[in-house]
Design a protein around this ligand. Structure first.
Ligand code: PLP
Length: 384
């Protein structure tokens, strides 16, 4: 099997499992317990937080460990918007982009349904990018929060986050970014990016599913979603998952160490793959930004097919990929990301995404590119 669905998830890295193992077995204490085992767990958690802070150029107290990207996004969007509304009831609008992951979009819709917010959606251009001008056009005095992702999960387009964050901050509006797909590939320096909140998920990086974190800058007020024992400085009650936190920061450290070199190598492999697919498949269209895209994502539309049929055909040839996001898999609805980018529904339904981790080889991608042209030809011959 050639696994080209790393944007959906990745296997646990051996080094990550080794780092987690003690906290799943002998050193299993609850960090709140006042005995040796508890203190040892608290020490490990503090170490993980300090490492995460160093990687994100922030203070340890600005890192909240969560159960993954979805929880981090929910906590950021609902927590910051609700805290701002509580301080000033006039702050009742949130801004999101038209290509957000459902974890952000549905959090904003929840605020609309139950807390009297209005949601303003910033459009993207044909390559999936939000411009600072487009963002400025929707910001209003009542805007409580802006949430715009760092890199898109379906087409890999990277947003100009630093510029967008600067535009919001200039007006005193907190800016959150969902960096779930960016982590491991793009710089995560929260100071340089100028963001007030940032979500990361472990399982896209070789840490376990159910691990993640939310960075929230210093004085930004945030209402917790989970109430209870007051762990994570009251931001997220519940006994801390020490092993998951240790696994997440181990994976982030490994990814960060390889970033520049690996990014170039994987981006070059991606470009060769894109060229092979575009030349091997008549009518194939690259989706997303041709330059400002994740090194690890190549996404296409293959007009005259259905994306799901191409996937099945590719699986028969032992290539595993996705029709877009794993969350939308199996659904017949065209991708809202592609329709927001201006693709017609019948073209958006032909989308296929290939995403890699850094273990990908030129040989695998060469084999995959040949499989893609065969698969598309087969599906077209069968009438789509
Ligand atoms: N945000 C983006 C951009 C994602 O791609 C994903 C997962 O696919 C998530 C959020 C959700 O993360 P998790 O699976 O850790 O809940």
């Amino acid at each position: 099997m050639i696994f080209l669905d790393a944007a959906a998830t990745t296997p646990l890295r051996r080094e990550v499992l080794d780092a987690m193992w003690p906290y799943l077995t002998g050193d299993f204490g609850n960090p709140s317990s006042h005995h040796t085992l508890g203190e040892s767990a608290a020490h490990a958690l503090a170490g993980a937080r300090a490492t995460a802070a160093a990687l994100l150029a922030c203070r340890p107290g600005e890192v909240t460990f969560t159960s993954g990207g979805t929880e981090a996004d929910n906590l950021a969007v609902k927590g910051i918007a609700l805290a701002r509304q509580a301080a000033d009831p006039a702050l009742n609008r949130v801004v999101i982009s038209a290509v957000e992951h459902p974890a952000v979009e549905e959090s904003a819709r929840y605020l609309e349904r139950f807390h009297g917010f209005s949601v303003d959606v910033v459009p993207v251009d044909g390559r999936g990018q939000v411009t600072p001008e487009a963002l400025l056009a929707v910001l209003q005095p009542e805007t409580a929060l802006v949430s715009i992702m760092y890199a898109n999960n379906e087409v890999g387009t990277v947003q100009p986050v630093a510029e967008l964050a600067a535009a919001a901050r200039h007006l005193g509006i907190p800016f959150h970014t969902d960096a779930v797909q960016a982590a491991g590939w793009l710089p995560l320096d929260t100071k340089a990016l100028g963001v007030d909140a940032m979500s990361i998920s472990g399982h896209k990086l070789g840490a376990p599913k159910g691990s993640g974190l939310l960075f929230v800058r210093g004085r930004t007020r945030i209402e917790p979603l989970l109430h209870g024992g007051g762990q994570e400085r009251g931001r997220r009650s519940g006994t801390e998952n020490v092993a998951a936190a240790v696994g997440l920061v181990t994976a982030l450290t490994l990814a960060q160490a390889r970033q520049v070199e690996e990014r170039r190598r994987v981006a070059a492999l991606r470009d060769t793959f894109i060229n092979e697919v575009l030349t091997g498949v008549p009518g194939a269209v690259l989706t997303g930004h041709p330059v400002h895209r994740l090194p690890s994502v190549a996404s296409f539309c293959f007009p005259g097919t259905s994306g799901e049929s191409v996937l099945l055909e590719l699986e028969r040839q032992e290539v595993l990929c996705s029709s877009g996001s794993a969350c939308a898999a199996g659904s017949d609805a065209p991708s809202p990301v592609l329709t927001a980018m201006g693709f017609k529904a019948e073209v958006a339904q032909t989308a296929v995404r290939f995403s890699f981790d850094s273990a990908v080889t030129a040989e695998d991608l060469g084999t995959a590119a040949r499989a893609v042209s065969q698969a598309v030809a087969t599906v077209r011959a069968l009438g789509g």
